[in-house]
Write a protein that binds this ligand. Sequence first.
Ligand SMILES: CC(C)(COP(=O)(O)OP(=O)(O)OC[C@H]1O[C@@H](n2cnc3c(N)ncnc32)[C@H](O)[C@@H]1OP(=O)(O)O)[C@@H](O)C(=O)NCCC(=O)NCCS
Length: 158
Amino acid sequence: MENTPFSLRPATPEDLVRVTQIEAAVHIAPWSSENFSAEMSKPYSHFLVLTDDETDSEIVGYIVFWTMFDEGQILNIVVDLPYRGLGLAKFMIRKTVQLVYQKGIKKIVLDVRKSNLPAIQLYQRLQFVITSIRKGFYSNGEDAYQMLLSMTDDPFRF
Ligand SMILES: CC(C)(COP(=O)(O)OP(=O)(O)OC[C@H]1O[C@@H](n2cnc3c(N)ncnc32)[C@H](O)[C@@H]1OP(=O)(O)O)[C@@H](O)C(=O)NCCC(=O)NCCS
C-alpha cells in the first residue's frame, strides 16, 4: 500500500480509550490502558497509532516497539478487523524498520505465539526468520517463536 490514506503518528493520552477497545477485541491477553500509558513514558519506547489522513481521528491500528542499545523489539502490532488484508501491518512494520535503521540499529527481534499464523506469515513476508522457540512463554502456557530481522544492507528493500 504505497499511497496509503493512513499515517503513523505518536500516540497521545486521548488515543488510549480507542486503542484499548481495539486491543481488548483482538488479543487473548490484552494490554490494559495502564500498560499502554506506561509505554508513553519510557524513553526507549515508541507507541505509534495509524490514523486516517483526512481527519486524523480514526485509529485503525497501532504498533509499539522499543529501541534499546543495538536492538529494536516489536512488542505489539494490531490492525483493527475491518482494515485487515489491506497491507496496513506491512506498512507499519516497514516504517518501523526505517525508524529503527535511522537510529543506527541493524536488528529487530520479536516474540509471537506459535498459533498466530497470520502474524508469523506477516513477519516472514518481511524477511524476519524464526531463531528459537520459547517454551511456555505466554500466561496460557503457549510457546513463542522468537523472530529476528537482520538489516545487513538497505532497510528500504522490502
Ligand atoms: C497480524 C495482523 C497485524 C496483520 O495485519 P494486516 O494489516 O491484515 O496484514 P497485511 O494486510 O499488512 O498483510 C501482510 C502480510 O501478512 C500475512 N497475512 C496477513 N493476514 C494473514 C492471514 N489472515 N493469513 C495468512 N497470512 C496473513 C501475509 O503474508 C500478508 O502478505 P501479502 O499481503 O503479501 O499476502 C492482524 O491480523 C492483527 O491485528 N492481528 C491481531 C493482533 C496480532 O496478532 N498481532 C501480532 C502479534 S502482537
